[in-house]
Design a protein around this ligand. Structure first.
Ligand code: NAD
Length: 483
């Protein structure tokens, strides 16, 4: 059922939303859903645009423009980040909200897609001003019924983080004090305010799991002239912020991959024999730059790092960095889209034609929303994941070990028993459970996308959209259209 729309705008035939819809239309050709259902899936349900005043620290009053778009209500609540950026506009929030619907469907997170935006450059405001802006924005969302654990659940995006999410949660709770599920009105909160352990690294960790899945298929790796597995694969990462740093760290530490290139704002570094990501981060903290890292070659034009010789290129900074201008020079065999929209449509065509395996953003960076879902579940159940079972699991493992001891007449000495209990008898912590749920989600979704890819002989991005469309269409087929 679609709630009444506050704005009937559905975007124009150009721009970001039109671009997402064009990807949708390409994928829809590989499905057999009725035209009306496809139209319903594509359409953006609700958009609210509003302006509100805030008092600056110097006493002056400034009027701020803001948006929230709820793209699809086939599942409730809707879910998506809030970005603080000067260039936020209606087309962008609609496009990003629609991508959230598809992303959630791909990884089986039971939410519709949404996105919010406030037209400010956060760097131009004091912390007190940002708090007033965030609280007033939240107040407007409450008044318009655009926030709530079962309605619409924001999260961090560009320019916002755990601090803003805590302000949103507090404002919501101050104003709706009979809502027992108030904590679940927003995700990405600090752990002490109802956040979940493992959320900070979730997107980067999901990127690693997605790459690991892609590298596990012999047929696909043979086509690229690569061995299976991530071990020994050379990796170039653009941007070592939240997503890029954790993706690189886990690729190196858990996947045994070799990081050979890193690009940041100040330039790029390259060493074909590889460097340790922890050492590079320590060097940057000490000197303020990744440049001049011992043993590595400096590359002045950071963007040139995208063209370095490597097996896997991980753009994890900005959108639109691989265009038709540099696509022919990209040498990576796999492009893992950790950022949103790093490859333009024209570049995508060139790369697919070249045989590059592109693991699309709409799947690969879904780790953040997946773990947000775990945070929401934690808030609704009012208990930390694992709290009820951890000690029980530990005791149970100890009981099993003692039974083995008895049955085999081994008579383990107490020290050995203690060691064994420590090694095999630990109960899962919240972080263990979150990471395990994330791993399972990314692996299962990859398998589904790959199946669509094989079935229709299409690229992975189109296959990911086919997977999303089929799942949302099934929702409509099962529940019907109201009234
Ligand atoms: P971030 O701000 O933490 O990191 C971005 C990094 O890119 C910074 O270190 C910045 O210095 C670097 N950078 C900026 N311009 C650059 C340039 N020209 N060349 C090289 N490096 C440059 O942001 P983030 O949260 O890591 O997000 C990165 C991307 O991932 C964005 O596209 C975002 O939308 C997407 N994403 C993030 C999440 C999440 O949970 N954080 C979830 C899904 C998608």
């Amino acid at each position: 059922m679609k709630p009444a729309s506050t704005d009937t705008a559905n975007g124009t035939d150009h721009g970001f939303f039109a671009e997402v819809n064009s990807m949708f239309d390409t994928a829809a050709q590989h499905t057999d859903h009725p035209k009306g259902v496809l139209h319903q899936i594509r359409a953006c349900d609700n958009i609210v645009r509003f302006e509100f005043p805030i008092k600056r620290d110097d006493g002056s009053i400034e009027v701020i423009r803001a948006y929230r778009a709820e793209h699809s209500h086939h599942k409730k609540p809707t879910k998506g980040g809030i970005r603080y950026a000067l260039n936020v506009n209606v087309d962008e929030v609609m496009a990003l909200a629609s991508l959230m619907s598809y992303k959630c469907a791909i990884v089986d997170v039971p939410f519709g897609g949404a996105k919010g935006g406030v037209c400010i450059d956060a760097r131009n405001y004091s912390v007190h001003e940002l708090e007033r802006i965030t609280r007033r924005y939240t107040f407007e969302l409450i008044r318009k019924n655009f926030i709530g654990a079962g309605v619409d659940v924001p999260a961090p995006d560009y320019g916002t983080g755990p601090r803003e999410m805590a302000w949103i949660m507090d404002t919501y709770n101050q104003m709706t004090d009979d809502d027992l599920n108030g904590l679940a009105c927003v995700t990405g909160k600090p752990v002490g305010q109802g956040g979940v352990r493992g959320r900070t690294e979730a997107t980067g960790r999901g990127v690693y799991y997605g790459i690991r899945e892609a590298c596990a298929f012999k047929h696909d790796m043979d086509a690229l002239g690569l061995d299976t597995g991530t071990a020994g694969k050379s990796v170039v990462v653009q941007g070592i912020g939240n997503v890029g740093y954790h993706a690189a760290r886990i690729l190196q530490d858990e996947g045994d991959a070799t990081i050979v290139g890193i690009a940041e704002i100040e330039g790029a570094i390259y060493d074909p024999s590889g460097f340790d990501i922890h050492d590079v981060v320590a060097h940057r903290e000490e000197t303020g730059s990744i440049l001049d890292f011992p043993g590595a070659t400096n590359i002045e034009d950071s963007y040139k790092a995208l063209e370095l010789e490597c097996d896997i290129l991980v753009p994890a900074a900005l959108e639109g960095v691989i265009t038709k201008a540099n696509a022919p020079d990209i040498k990576a065999k796999i492009i893992a889209e950790a950022a949103n929209g790093p490859v333009t449509t024209e570049a995508d065509e060139i790369l697919v034609e070249k045989g590059t395996l592109i693991i699309p953003d709409v799947y690969l960076n879904a780790g953040g929303v997946t773990v947000s879902y775990f945070e929401w579940l934690r808030n609704l159940s009012h208990v930390r994941h694992g709290r009820m079972s951890r000690r029980f699991e530990e005791r149970n493992a100890e009981r099993i070990l003692r039974a083995v001891d008895e049955l085999t007449d081994q008579s383990f000495d107490e020290q050995l028993m203690e060691d064994l209990v420590k090694r095999v008898g630990f109960g899962a912590s919240e972080e263990d459970l979150v990471n395990s749920g994330l791993e399972d989600t990314m692996a299962f979704a990859y398998e589904e996308i790959r199946t669509e890819r094989e079935k229709h002989g299409i690229d992975m991005r189109t296959a990911a959209f086919v997977s999303a469309i089929n799942k949302i269409a099934k929702s409509y087929a099962d529940m019907g259209i109201f009234p």
